[in-house]
Design a binder for this molecule. Structure first.
Ligand SMILES: *Cc1c(COP(=O)(O)O)cnc(C)c1O
Length: 355
């Protein structure tokens, strides 16, 4: 797939680059941004001309609907540099489609491909130097859309702003992750917005996550809201369980976000001859597997960390520690996937797209 550049896109270059002030060896995730941002407004029923301009704050009215009713969605992607200094994206069309699915659910306008992918191609072309070579170096991409129309009447806005900002990042390592299984709080419900990458899904998680952290757990494994018996996601990642030598992950639904990493790991595992079953795993099954020793691994899957191994979980005040493994599926799959992303292994799936 080739990325188009919009025929009309204004580019205003920054007068100087901030890149020389950045310590690429010591980057805290998501705090440093590149020299430029892409901005494209929607008004009077139409997307306007996109502009790439110096990264800077902007003014919007205090009554803008994003502040009051949370009409806000986003995506998370990464760009990678290979040994020949070429820059690559991983399955960007998946992010475009998911973004527009989120937009629809939040009564926001869909963003055309030439603005989303074409605009991304144009801004990445300008910021190539910010994508560093070497396994673990990435440029994290944050496309997002907010309702900027003013007025506190509770109706969808008629004006929106789509933006892309870029943040250099080192591979994300969150340390040892212990999780607690949700018995009361829920991330999502049938008929709700759990399948959308909506800002509100994240704010709704902060309080339960804070309570979990106070008890010494880094993340929550979310269960279904109706019965709290099915395991659904780990924090803001999809979740996989390995029982004996089979990997299990829940099917996507209205409550589970359709992660690009999740679906890629499923295909990769199948190619590697690892047995994968897409079905709900019950909390009881997990507890029993932990007790009889057949539970080998739990890991989260998402763009930021790729794979995030979990060392143990707590349920109803009992903590279950996972065994330390020699042949971890999580680490094997992470290694295989990252090598495809950095063009260090052949991309037999056709997932990588050159900028
Ligand atoms: C973004 C996200 C994921 C992971 O999706 P990727 O496309 O793999 O990055 C999983 N769960 C939730 C709730 C998310 O918001």
């Amino acid at each position: 797939m080739m990325l188009k550049t919009p025929s009309e896109i204004d580019i205003v270059r920054a007068s100087a680059s901030k890149i020389k002030d950045v310590d690429f060896e010591n980057l805290a995730f998501g705090n440093t941004f590149t020299d430029h941002m892409l901005v494209c407004d929607f008004r009077e029923g139409q997307w306007q001309k996109p502009i790439i301009k110096p990264y800077e704050p902007f003014l919007i009215d205090p009554s803008a609907k994003v502040f009051h009713y949370g009409q806000a969605i986003f995506e998370g992607m990464k760009a990678y540099k290979d040994e020949n200094d070429d820059v690559w994206l991983f399955r960007p069309d998946e992010n475009l489609h998911r973004f527009n699915k989120s937009a629809k659910r939040m009564a926001m306008p869909e963003v055309p491909e030439d603005i989303f992918l074409g605009g991304l191609n144009a801004i990445l072309d300008l910021e190539r130097d910010w994508v560093k070579k070497g396994l673990g170096n990435t440029l994290y991409i944050r496309p997002f859309m907010i309702a900027i129309g003013s007025g506190v009447i509770a109706q969808p806005s008629t004006q929106y702003r789509f933006m892309i900002i870029l943040s250099p990042a080192r591979s994300y390592y969150s340390g040892e992750v212990k999780v607690i299984i949700a018995e009361h709080f829920s991330r999502a419900a049938n008929g709700g917005i759990g399948a959308a990458k909506a800002a509100g899904n994240y704010s709704a998680q902060f309080y339960p996550q804070k309570l979990a952290q106070e008890k010494g757990f880094q993340q929550i494994i979310w269960t279904d809201d109706a019965t709290h018996t099915k395991l659904e996601e780990a924090g803001t990642m999809n979740v996989f369980f390995r029982i004996n030598d089979t990997l299990y992950t829940a099917p996507t639904s209205e409550r589970i976000l359709d992660g690009v990493t999740r679906k890629s790991l499923i295909e990769l595992a199948k190619r590697e001859g690892i047995k994968v079953e897409v079905r709900s795993v019950l909390v009881d099954e997990l507890v029993n597997a932990a007790k009889d020793g057949s539970l080998k691994e739990i890991f989260g899957a998402g763009t930021a960390a790729v794979v995030n191994p979990i060392v143990g979980f707590q349920y109803k005040d009992v903590y279950y520690e996972l065994p330390k493994l020699e042949n971890s599926f999580a680490l094997e799959l992470k290694d295989k996937l990252t090598k495809i992303q950095y063009k260090l292994a052949e991309d037999t799936f056709g997932w990588t797209v050159k900028v």
